[in-house]
Write a protein that binds this ligand. Structure first.
Ligand SMILES: [Zn+2]
Length: 176
């Protein structure tokens, strides 16, 4: 339990999405600087996953971005102009050729993770991945342990107005 809450606090890397994006997928990747706490945009998912996988041993700081220091303004602010989802640090980098996808549910309650194989197949569980690798010797290099279905936490305060009230059961009239 203690371990769990500590992990949550360390959740520096973040993925976030723009409210109202049709596919409800991630459209911007950002990481928070360990020193100044500003958010820095990360160009690609690959680069982001690399940072996320090593962030506990190698904390992120502004200087890692070329020509940038903590003196420079942040690339983006944590506010409700977008919906933010906070990732768990240390998740493995997706094996070469595969792609990890996250889709936000319509009611913004949570995200769902799946992997796209190099052959374009969508896999939704560890079992499906094991079966795929078993049947396709070309992808033996992909380690089962490098597939992870842990999804980022949707930050409720950044969910657009109206979404949360829509999913609250209408029966409770709020007696406090
Ligand atoms: Zn900084």
């Amino acid at each position: 339990m203690d371990d769990q809450s500590q992990t949550e606090k360390l959740a520096k890397p973040i993925l976030k999405k723009k409210a109202g994006t049709p596919g409800r997928s991630i459209d911007v990747f950002a990481v928070q600087c360990e020193k100044c706490l500003k958010w820095r945009q990360i160009g690609t998912q690959d680069e982001y996953e690399e940072i996320r996988s090593r962030i506990q041993e190698d904390p992120y700081v502004c200087e890692k971005k070329e020509g940038i220091s903590c003196e420079d303004a942040g690339d983006l602010n944590y506010d409700s102009s977008r919906t933010w989802v906070i990732d768990k640090p240390g998740l493995p980098k997706t094996p070469r050729g595969f792609k990890r996808s996250l889709i936000l549910r319509k009611d913004y309650s949570k995200m769902d993770a799946y992997y796209i194989t190099p052959t374009g197949k969508k896999l939704k569980s560890r079992n499906e991945i094991a079966a795929f690798i078993d049947a396709n010797q070309d992808y033996k290099y992909a380690l089962l342990g490098d597939f992870n279905f842990t999804v980022p936490k949707v930050m409720e305060e950044t969910v657009p107005n109206g979404i949360i009230s829509d999913r609250t059961p209408k029966t409770s009239k709020g007696s406090n």
